[in-house]
Design a protein around this ligand. Structure first.
Ligand SMILES: Nc1ncnc2c1ncn2[C@@H]1O[C@H](COP(=O)(O)OP(=O)(O)O)[C@@H](O)[C@H]1O
Ligand SMILES: [Mg+2]
Length: 272
């Protein structure tokens, strides 16, 4: 039967203009924390050219793809129920990434201009099942899919991820312009790699100078301030997010706090 599937109740984009600030790490751990709090959560990797969500959730494809992979763009009719691509369930989160279709040494040769179209198609054509919220892990930069996500997908909110450095905040403010222009509310900011707690003496160290760039991401409610913690990185590399494997850790507690604040902020933006 050809039919549109039920839309997620909410869609929230997680992004930063900068690469390497922890967007995917935050999106993955936020998703796992929200699922642990009892919500039905989906996570779509929209970083077509650097799709890391599968690795971080332990759904890796180390070998190559078996033959050519057809990315589902360009068709207009809704797909039949059986033709929809399955979402992969990991740690209570339903997830999809083009990284699950191609091998880790393969790249998607998609013209960046079509990245937005692909995101729209994946929201419609992955068999998500009923979702309270679908998180979008955004790519860095200001090219597509940002304009399409902001204007066509029209998320219910955006969560900004930045590190303390000025360059990260400047680039995040750049990306935010697309969402501001489309009147997408900022739910809050996650300040990542903000400090380091010495495992030997327990002292808290600031690594980078903290800038509060005027009108930048720190002007919004701070959902969490996360430490630079080797365990966050090694958990991501192992495909077992820290929230899932060390839920009692200080880092996981910060993610759970972020998840609670996130949900409260989302409730303020629109009646469920
Ligand atoms: N708070 C943190 N502490 C330690 N490592 C982190 C932290 N946040 C992210 N990382 C690591 O930094 C690298 C980049 O993170 P990633 O989430 O891939 O960034 P982005 O998606 O913004 O490019 C990864 O190796 C990740 O494990
Ligand atoms: Mg990423």
């Amino acid at each position: 039967m050809r039919a549109q599937q039920e839309k997620p109740q909410r869609i929230v984009a997680v992004g930063s203009g900068k690469g390497g600030v922890g967007k995917s790490t935050v999106a993955v751990n936020l998703a796992v924390a929200l699922a642990a709090l009892g919500h039905q959560v989906g996570l779509l990797d929209t970083d077509i050219h650097g799709p890391d969500v599968g690795v971080m959730l332990g759904a890796r494809r180390r070998g190559g793809a078996a033959g050519e992979v057809m990315l589902p763009i360009g068709h207009r009719e809704p797909l039949t129920e059986v033709a929809r691509m399955p979402a992969v369930e990991r740690f209570g989160v339903r997830t999809f990434s083009v990284g699950m279709l191609i091998g880790e040494r393969q790249a998607v040769k998609l013209d960046g201009r079509f990245a937005g179209m692909l995101v729209q198609q994946l929201i419609a054509d992955v068999a998500w099942g009923p979702l309270d919220v679908l998180l979008l892990d955004l790519p860095p930069g200001t090219a597509e899919p940002h304009e399409t996500v902001a204007r066509q997908v029209k998320p219910d909110g955006v969560v900004l991820v930045t590190t303390p450095q000025e360059v990260a905040q400047i680039d995040t403010a750049r990306m935010l312009q697309f969402y501001e222009a489309a009147h997408v509310p900022v739910l809050g900011t996650i300040l990542n790699m903000s400090y380091f707690v010495c495992p030997d003496c327990g002292a808290r160290h600031t690594i980078w100078p903290r800038h509060d760039t005027a009108g930048g991401p720190l002007a919004y409610p701070i959902l969490a301030e996360l430490p630079l913690t080797p365990a966050i990185a090694s958990a991501g590399d192992a495909g077992r997010p820290i929230v899932a494997i060390q839920p009692e850790s200080a880092a996981a507690a910060a993610f759970f706090e972020a998840a609670r604040r996130f949900w409260a902020r989302l409730g303020e933006t629109k009646a469920p």
